[in-house]
Unconditional design. Structure first.
Length: 391
């Protein structure tokens, strides 16, 4: 009887109430969640650590992963465009993706073609010529004939193309959509306003900035005019929504960047304007030293000197200075914000913190560098695309 009682006591103690069971189950689940969170944190920290290590490491060697041959043709130039690059020469232009696939080919006959590209549109023309070709990242378009020699062209991300033409002291500005249809046009008389030097169109194709050189009694000045071809500009005389005059400087370069920023580049300083409807002067950044070249990305710009480069953001000024030998180098921003410096016998890559990520002496004539993933890059040569892995 006592044994039965003892057995009964043990059996009763082994059975938990439903409330106790729920508490233990809840605690168990909490423990599992904590373990999972800790594992995720460790994995993320590990990945961040690996990324920081890879980003901070300077590579001097690489191995070839894959080579995609291209059919050699006439001597060509290359510019980064959309998801690949644009190859062009006097016979035509070809859009090629990074995997080597040709998306379209536009034949033409231009003695000295010039290319201007946006994110999703490109234009090929010949300075002082009277024909231009507008292409998207999907298809080539028909050529557009103009009646006045072309001086400068600017292409917006939306595909709107602004064209500056000039002949016999009369400048004409015209806007075309991606199908070659004229959207607007107007004339500027040099005797009244000066000599247009450059123009830049905003990403949405609505705002246009024009820099104009004026010479009076042996003194120079620059007028910067903003046009708005949207609803706001229709209420203004000649669509002009802003005019700024700067004495003693010449502004040969104009660019529109992301975020409604426009920049006008002189030999001494960069003028920054901001605004989505009526741009106003935002900042002035001095250029220290004699710059050899100017390079521009989607949201920043820079200057090349013999022994260093300066990189700026329009909203905050100079981001960093990197000292290196940049003599006879073509410096440009890459798609992911990195910077490439390519010379006749060298290739260097810098990140946006000012670290030289890669440097190698090259004798095979690299034309362009595009990042693929992680430490994989594409080296574009005249006759091939080579995928490499830095090591």
């Amino acid at each position: 009887m006592n044994r039965v009682a003892e057995a009964g006591k043990k059996g009763l103690h082994a059975v938990e109430t439903s409330e106790e069971y729920k508490k233990k189950l809840k605690a168990h689940r909490r423990t599992i969640r904590i373990v999972v969170i800790l594992v995720v944190i460790l994995i993320v920290a590990g990945l961040i650590g690996v990324k920081l290590y890879l980003d901070g490491k300077e590579y001097t060697e690489y191995e070839v992963v894959n080579v995609k041959e291209r059919v050699p043709g006439a001597v060509s130039e290359y510019v980064p465009y959309a998801k690949g690059f644009l190859k062009y020469n006097h016979d035509g232009a070809t859009y090629i993706e990074l995997n080597g696939s040709m998306i379209w080919n536009q034949p033409y006959e231009l003695e000295d073609p010039t290319v201007c590209v946006g994110s999703h549109a490109a234009c090929v023309y010949e300075k002082n010529g009277k024909k231009l070709y507008i292409m998207s990242d999907e298809t080539a378009k028909m050529g557009v004939d103009v009646t006045v020699p072309i001086k400068r062209v600017s292409v917006s991300d939306s595909g709107v193309v602004a064209v500056l033409m000039e002949e016999a002291g009369v400048a004409r500005i015209a806007l075309y959509d991606s199908d070659g249809e004229q959207l607007a046009n107007g004339e500027l008389y040099s005797s009244n306003i000066g000599y247009p030097m450059d123009l830049a169109i905003s990403n949405d194709g609505r705002l246009l900035m024009v820099t104009i050189l004026s010479i009076s009694e042996a003194r120079i000045s620059t007028n910067i005019i903003f046009y708005n071809f949207g609803n706001v500009g229709r209420n203004e005389v000649d669509n002009i929504v802003g005019t700024y005059t700067y004495d003693g400087i010449m502004v040969p370069r104009a660019e529109y960047l992301e975020g409604d920023y426009a920049i006008a580049v002189s030999t001494e300083e960069v003028l920054v304007f901001y605004g989505s409807q009526k741009p106003e002067e935002y900042a002035r950044y001095p250029i220290t030293g004699e710059a050899k070249a100017f390079f521009c990305g989607t949201d920043r710009f820079g200057f090349t000197f013999d022994d260093h480069i300066d990189v700026y953001k329009p909203e905050s000024g100079k981001v960093f200075t990197y000292k290196d030998d940049f003599d006879k180098c073509n410096v440009s921003f890459m798609d992911d914000g990195e910077i490439s410096a390519i010379g006749e016998t060298r290739v260097s890559i810098y990140d946006m913190s000012g670290i030289r990520r890669f440097h190698s002496e090259e004798e095979n004539g690299v034309i362009m560098v595009k990042r693929s993933i992680a430490t994989h890059y594409l080296f574009i040569y005249k006759d091939s695309i080579t995928e490499v892995r830095l090591k």
